[in-house]
Design a protein around this ligand. Structure first.
Ligand code: HSE
Length: 432
C-alpha cells in the first residue's frame, strides 16, 4: 500500500485539531484512500512543546521554521495553518515553487497573493486546495469547483462572517449592537479586535477567494465596494423586520458574466435588507451560508459553521484527503486560469436601497431630501418619519425602488452635504 506523507505548518487551534483528526481517523482514511496518510513533520515556533503535548511519535520531524520544513521534510503534501500573512506567503512560495501540494485555510493569503500562488502552482504543476478558507466546515468550494462542472455558476450571495451575523441576529432579539458584540466576544465567536469582521473586510477576502475559484482570475481586495455593519443600529434591524418584512444581513455577492476565457464579475459586500421569505434571512447567530445561483440546477444553499477549530480542521482534512487521492491517481488540479478578470463597474449595479437619516425637523428638509433623490432618478418606495418627544431632529427612514448604485450614492452624498441631516446615517441595499 502506498504512503502519502503530510507535513503541517502551524500548531494553533486549527493545526492541533487537524493533527489530532489525521491521527484519530487514520484507519478510516486509509480504507477510503487505499493508501496510508502519515504525518511526517510539523512546524511551529514551539514545535517541540506542541509535539509533546499532542503525543507525536519521534518519527514526526519537528521544525521551528516552516520554510525549512518545506525544503527539507520531503513530504508529499503540506498543510498551512500558520495564521498571519508573511510567514504563510514564504511557506506557500517554497512549497508551490517546488511543485509540492499545498492545503491552506488562509483567506488573507489567497485574497492578496492569488496571482502569485496560482501562477506558481500552474508553473510547477502543484496542487493547491483551500476549502477551509471560506465558510469553515461548509464544503462550498468543492461544490463550486466540481459539483457544477456541467453547469454554469451565475452568482453567489453569502453570509460569510459569523461575527457580524451574530451581532445582527442578536439585535433582532432586542440587544444593542455593542452588547451583541460583547456577548459574541465572551462566547468566543468574535475576535478581541473585531475591526476586520465588522468592517466587512473578512467577508471581502472570502469573496476574493470565491471569485478566484470560479473564474481563475484575481478579484483584487480593495477593487470593489465593501461596507460593514458599523452604521447599522438595532433601530434599523427592528424597522426592517416590523415595517419592511426584512432581516438585516451582511451579504457578500458576486455576479458572473463574460466568457470562461474572459470572465467578468460584479462584486460587493454590504449590509443588506433580505426579505424574510429569502433563505439567507433564516441564517442566524454565528452561522454562515452561501446561496449559489446556477443556470441549470437553479438556486442551492449551503449552510453551517463558518469558523472554529473543528469546522476548519474538517475542511482542511477533506482537502488533504482529496489532494492525496489526486496525487495517487495522477490527476492534475481542475482549476481554471490564472487569467484576467474584469470588474463590472459597481456604479452600474442595480437594487433598491434603504436610507436612515437623522434630520433637523425644519420646513422643507424632507422636500430637499426627496428632491435630491428625484433629481438622480431614484424613486422613493416608502418614507417614514419618527420624532421622539422633546427632540428637534427626526429619524427619517426611506426605501427606494431599484436604482443604480451610482445614482443612489450620488444622491446620498448630496443629501449629506445639504446640512439637513447628520453625517451619522445608515445606507443598505435591498435584496430582491
Ligand atoms: N472572524 C470570522 C467570522 C471567522 O467571524 O466569521 C474567520 O474567518
Amino acid at each position: 500500500m502506498k504512503t502519502i506523507s503530510v507535513a503541517v505548518a502551524g500548531m494553533g487551534n486549527v493545526g492541533r485539531e487537524t493533527v489530532r483528526l489525521l491521527r484519530e481517523r487514520r484507519a478510516e482514511l486509509r480504507e477510503r484512500l487505499g493508501a496510508h496518510l502519515v504525518l511526517t513533520a510539523v512546524a511551529d515556533r514551539d514545535a517541540l512543546r506542541e509535539a509533546r503535548a499532542l503525543g507525536l511519535p519521534a518519527s514526526v520531524a519537528r521544525f521551528t521554521d516552516p520554510a525549512a520544513m518545506a525544503r527539507k521534510s520531503g513530504a508529499d503534501l503540506f498543510v498551512e495553518v500558520l495564521g498571519g500573512y508573511d510567514a504563510p506567503r514564504r511557506f506557500a512560495g517554497e512549497v508551490l515553487g517546488r511543485g509540492g501540494a499545498l492545503v491552506t485555510a488562509n483567506k488573507r493569503l489567497l485574497a492578496y497573493a492569488w496571482p502569485e500562488l496560482t501562477s506558481a502552482a500552474a508553473k510547477s504543476g502543484a496542487r493547491l486546495a483551500f476549502e477551509g478558507a471560506v465558510a469553515g466546515g461548509v464544503p462550498v468550494l468543492r461544490a463550486l469547483e466540481l459539483s457544477f462542472s456541467g453547469d454554469r455558476v451565475l452568482g453567489v450571495d453569502g453570509i460569510l462572517n459569523g461575527t457580524t451575523n451574530y451581532i445582527l441576529t442578536r439585535c433582532e432579539e432586542g440587544l444593542s449592537a455593542e452588547a451583541a458584540l460583547k456577548e459574541a466576544q465572551e462566547l468566543g465567536f468574535a475576535e478581541k479586535d473585531p475591526t476586520l469582521d465588522v468592517s466587512g473586510g473578512d467577508a471581502a477576502q472570502k469573496l476574493c477567494v470565491l471569485a478566484g475559484l470560479v473564474t481563475g482570475g484575481w478579484l483584487k481586495p480593495g477593487s470593489f465596494p465593501v461596507a460593514g455593519i458599523e452604521s447599522v443600529s438595532s433601530r434599523d434591524v427592528a424597522y426592517a423586520r416590523e415595517r419592511l418584512g426584512a432581516a438585516v444581513r451582511l451579504v457578500a455577492s458576486l455576479r458572473f458574466s463574460g466568457t470562461a476565457a474572459a470572465p467578468r464579475v460584479e462584486a460587493g459586500v454590504s449590509p443588506t435588507l433580505v426579505p424574510l421569505s429569502h433563505p439567507l434571512a433564516t441564517v442566524r447567530r454565528e452561522y454562515n451560508a452561501l446561496l449559489v445561483s446556477t443556470a441549470s440546477a437553479g438556486d442551492l444553499m449551503f449552510y453551517g459553521k463558518g469558523a472554529g477549530a473543528g469546522p476548519t480542521a474538517s475542511a482542511v482534512l477533506a482537502d488533504v484527503f482529496v489532494t492525496a487521492r489526486d496525487i495517487l491517481g495522477g490527476l492534475t488540479a481542475p482549476r481554471p486560469g490564472p487569467r484576467k478578470l474584469s470588474l463590472v463597474s459597481p456604479d452600474d449595479t442595480e437594487s433598491g436601497f434603504y436610507l436612515r437619516l437623522l434630520v433637523k425637523d425644519r420646513p422643507g428638509a424632507l422636500a430637499r431630501i426627496a428632491g435630491t433623490l428625484g433629481r438622480e432618478s431614484v424613486s422613493i418606495a416608502a418614507i417614514h418619519q419618527d420624532r421622539a418627544a422633546g427632540t428637534t431632529s427626526a429619524q427619517v427612514l426611506i426605501t427606494t425602488h431599484p436604482a443604480t448604485r451610482g445614482r443612489f450614492e450620488r444622491a446620498r452624498r448630496r443629501i449629506l452635504s445639504l446640512g439637513d441631516a447628520s453625517p451619522r446615517h445608515c445606507a443598505m441595499r435591498i435584496l430582491a
